[in-house]
Design a binder for this molecule. Structure first.
Ligand code: SAM
Length: 217
């Protein structure tokens, strides 16, 4: 018997039709979407959406960091697909954090040192200046997190460390990501090492901006 949840009424469909316009409890809605989607997420990621953001972002990281002992935080780690690619690239020390315990339950087997539940109204459970690299893949997207999320990524990154993230092209203009990124450049908070628009969800014809920034000390 196939116990897989019907994606028309669960996870991927709710993700596609996520509505952040009519209710203040966005994180509660997101938790519910991802609790429903967790078991089918990896299969949908690969076979329905054709998402390539995880290998692309880890490849971007490796262009700027080759130290297998680098301390890495994966923010919005979900089921740990980024961790899978970090492991394949030889990285040994990576932690993950997410608002969904159901998603993170799948990440346990993917080499994470610590997996921390995140309350998005609070600071990340990490000290400032504590990571050599902070990744955030698939989280700057419709109804999830806006450019205000940069502050926490920057806070926990060591001076000289890397911040690598994706931004869905569909929220780039509306949420003024370009302006927010540029403001941090002008304020000498970070410098941009790479910024390019590439494939994101190939089967849906959606691209994302991929950005690697270096925190200035
Ligand atoms: C599209 S999934 C991406 C998961 C994983 N990074 C990947 O690439 O497969 C988005 C993830 O972001 C998490 N999330 C949503 N809002 C968040 C927030 N404000 N901060 C951190 N994670 C969040 C969700 O629970 C979900 O696991």
């Amino acid at each position: 018997m196939n116990n897989r949840k019907d994606s028309k009424t669960h996870g991927i469909d709710k993700y596609h039709h996520f509505d952040d316009s009519n209710d203040g409890d966005i994180s509660g809605q997101l938790k519910s979407v991802y609790a429903n989607w967790a078991d089918a997420y990896d299969d949908d990621n690969d076979n329905k959406l054709g998402t390539v953001s995880q290998p692309n972002t880890v490849a971007m990281l490796t262009r700027h960091c080759q130290d297998p002992q680098a301390q890495i935080m994966d923010v919005g780690c979900g089921t740990g697909l980024v961790g899978l690619h970090l492991q394949r690239a030889g990285f040994k020390n990576y932690d993950g954090t997410d608002i969904s315990t159901e998603m993170m339950s799948h990440a346990k087997a993917r080499g994470y040192r610590k997996l921390l539940e995140l309350d998005p109204t609070q600071q990340l459970a990490a000290d400032e200046n504590s990571y050599d690299a902070v990744l955030c893949v698939g989280v700057f997207t419709h109804g999830h997190l806006g450019p205000e999320g940069f502050d926490e990524l920057i806070r926990i990154t060591k001076p000289g460390g890397l911040i690598c993230f994706t931004v869905n092209e569909g929220v780039w203009d509306e949420a003024q990501f370009d302006e927010a990124i540029e403001a941090h450049v002008e304020n000498a908070v970070w410098r941009i090492l790479e910024q390019s628009k590439m494939d994101y969800m190939v089967n849906e014809g959606v691209e994302a901006w991929y950005i690697a920034a270096q925190k200035l000390g």
